[in-house]
Design a protein around this ligand. Structure first.
Ligand code: FAD
Length: 287
């Protein structure tokens, strides 16, 4: 099913994300985890693309497990370290496997400073995907601004250009303060960006994740969450409980304020997805 048609009405829905293994021999285990999350019947499930585009076959293998579980898959695809020829091949494999939805990403710049190949920005990939088949195309957005961009105003101009290149829906980077999302959505509307935006929520359940999540996303850690992390970081079970509770509250506030599409960064942990779904059983109807 196409994600743009799933996102058409005002129903409150939850989607989930999984990531493929780095090594081929981890695929069976990730597919098992994927099936467990799929059993919760999310609206769709996205499968990330290995850093530097190293393992496209793994993304597709996991996306097929999503599809076989009766859930719509969304395949991520990065371009910055790739060529048009390679991207054409990956899209052709996706099409042959019946994939209809792609999340078009630039990917992180190589640390070596190696020059980009055929694509400099995700907007170029968005345009290219549309020349290769009839896919629904999603893209990433950053409520706090992309860390490389000099200002949030410029970043929004770039986002508008990307959406105009043919984006059907957006997924946000994780954020821990809902006020930042509300401000971003207001600025999007003023900039004429009116595609559906899925709000990315990352339940932080592992003390080691706290610093890493902030570093990776450039997100601001609100004092309320920083206090939780300080208090419970040395007690994994307490941190997991507090992280789930924080994410649950964040989602309740989002839904109460009219946000209908929640994307859960489940980090290949079915129990996290299960707990959140249980907590929200009368708020978000799965299936
Ligand atoms: P772009 O939209 O190209 O933006 C990158 C930077 O370039 C921004 O600073 C933007 O402001 C700037 N820019 C854009 N256009 C122009 C222009 N015309 N002129 C000048 N500057 C411009 N990474 C992976 O490796 N695999 C994944 O599966 C993956 N999934 C992700 C999913 C989500 C929802 C998110 C939010 C991120 C994901 N990432 C993934 C990380 C992502 O690849 C990085 O954040 C990357 O640095 C930027 O990707 P982008 O597609 O947002 O890039």
């Amino acid at each position: 099913m196409r994600i743009s048609s799933i996102l058409q009405d005002d129903k409150v829905r939850l989607s989930c994300e999984v990531f493929p293994p780095k090594k081929f021999d981890g695929i069976a285990q990730v597919c098992q985890v994927t099936r467990e999350i799929a059993a919760l019947k999310p609206a769709y499930m996205s499968v990330t693309y290995g850093a530097a585009g190293s393992t496209p076959g793994h993304t597709l293998a996991v996306a097929k497990a999503v599809q076989e579980s009766g859930v719509t898959p969304l395949c991520h695809l990065t371009c910055v370290q790739s060529t048009k020829e390679h991207v054409t091949q990956v899209l052709s494999d996706m099409k042959a496997a019946g994939m209809e939805n792609v999340l078009a990403l630039r990917g992180d710049l190589p640390a070596s400073g190696e020059p980009c190949r055929d694509f400099a920005y995700a907007s170029e990939l968005v345009e290219f995907i549309h020349t290769q088949g009839d896919f629904d195309v999603g893209a990433a957005c950053y409520p706090e601004g992309h860390p490389e961009c000099e200002s949030r105003i410029k970043d929004l101009e770039h986002l508008k250009r990307k959406v105009d290149a043919g984006v059907d829906f957006l997924t946000t980077q994780m954020f821990f303060d809902n006020g930042i999302l509300y401000n971003f959505l207001y600025r999007c509307l003023r900039a004429g960006i009116d595609v559906p935006v899925c709000a990315g929520i990352m339940p932080i359940c592992d003390p080691r994740q706290v610093k890493r999540a902030v570093q990776l996303s450039g997100s601001i850690m609100p004092p309320r969450f920083a206090a939780i992390a300080d208090r419970f970081a040395h007690d994994p079970e307490a941190m997991a409980q507090a992280g789930i509770a924080y994410a649950t509250e964040q989602i309740i506030d989002l839904v109460a304020n009219g946000i209908t599409n929640i994307h859960l960064y489940t980090m290949n942990k079915p129990w996290i997805a299960r707990k959140i779904v249980e907590n929200l059983s009368s708020i978000i109807h799965m299936g």
